[in-house]
Write a protein that binds this ligand. Structure first.
Ligand code: BEZ
Length: 328
């Protein structure tokens, strides 16, 4: 894995001028925001990172974790990172891809064969190189990737073919690549943040949701479904970010310590998904809902349309495809 300490050199001069300090070693109470609830794997990883940073720094640094969108949605947290009002965040790549379209390449349908393959793609040099552009393009330091498994579809009504999704109000995480996928299917994409999803599915505000296996099981979305489409159609990367302004205020030693520890906990969560995804899917299958397995052929027309848009919008896609091929 590349060192993160070099990332400071990538912050533009303007950000340097605005930096909050001289880099002298000072104690710091960091705030880390994320949208997932307290028991979620991302939140557990964030808390474990904070605990380890506190002990590795001899109590000098602490991290207070703000789960469940307490500090705002991902777009708002991204803005706070840019201004330095927020120190750190674990965000879906969704939000990052809204600002840096190349990150949309990760959502190429069926780029990854399975969750372990998704992990290998995220650990590639091509993926890491994308992070090095974040200071200039988004004013944040990308420490490393994690993920939330692969995406599935939960539907209130029966679904036996992609055509059954046409015209359905289908909840998506708010970002462009997934919107383009469902629009290509003829569904009415309905962007909605995670905390609003359960009620929207339960009361029929949406007909279906795009979701991962962990949450379909843990948050019981299956309770309001006729059909669960086990489609594994996209990976769902997450990224650990530090405000570039805050990063500039840290000593080299603190940057190295924070970068190493955060990267380790992010990466460890990838292993957790690889270990647990199969069990979550088995549990969902055990609920007695109709299970329909879908593959790339099921979505073939929509995938063609998606590719036509994103091959141009995210030139790095061709390199990621090469990585995917090499890591099969
Ligand atoms: C979602 O928007 O579906 C989501 C966001 C964060 C973690 C897991 C799922």
């Amino acid at each position: 894995m590349k060192s993160v300490s070099h990332l400071a050199s990538l912050v533009p001069a303007a950000a340097l001028a605005l930096s909050l300090g001289t880099g002298a070693a000072q104690s710091k109470e960091f705030r880390l925001g994320l949208i997932t609830p307290p028991p979620h794997i991302w939140t557990v990883a964030a808390t474990a990172f904070g605990d380890e940073l506190k002990s590795a720094s001899g109590g000098k640094h602490t991290v207070t974790v703000f789960p469940s969108q307490q500090l705002g949605n991902e777009a708002q947290m991204m803005q706070q990172l840019q201004t330095g009002a927020l120190d750190m965040a674990f965000l879906t790549i969704a939000e990052v891809s809204n600002r840096v379209p190349d990150f949309g390449a990760f959502y190429a349908p069926y780029l990854a064969d399975d969750v372990a393959h998704a992990g290998r793609i995220l650990r590639s040099d091509v993926a890491k190189d994308l992070l090095s552009g974040l200071p200039q393009k988004a004013g944040v330091i990308g420490i490393g990737y994690s993920m939330g498994g692969l995406r599935q579809i939960v539907s209130r009504d029966p679904v036996t073919s992609a055509a059954d999704l046409a015209g359905k109000k289908l909840r998506i995480t708010p970002f462009e690549p997934i919107k383009d996928f469902y629009n290509a299917l003829g569904a009415a994409s309905t962007p909605m943040p995670l905390p609003a999803v359960y009620d929207a599915l339960a009361n029929g505000q949406v007909d279906a949701i795009d979701m991962d296996a962990e949450l379909i099981w843990a948050l019981k979305y299956y309770e309001h479904a006729d059909t669960i489409l086990i489609s594994n159609h996209m990976m769902f990367p997450m990224v650990g970010l530090v405000s570039a302004r805050v990063w500039q205020s840290l000593s080299e030693e603190d940057r190295a310590m924070i970068g190493k520890l955060m990267a380790r906990h992010l990466d460890g969560a990838i292993d957790t998904y690889v270990q647990k995804e199969g069990d979550w899917l088995l549990s969902v299958e055990g609920t007695g809902r109709t299970i329909v397995e879908a593959d790339a052929a099921f979505f073939a027309d929509a995938i063609g349309k998606w590719e036509a848009i994103w091959t141009e919008k995210a030139p790095v896609l061709k390199d990621l495809r090469k990585v995917a091929e090499e890591t099969r």
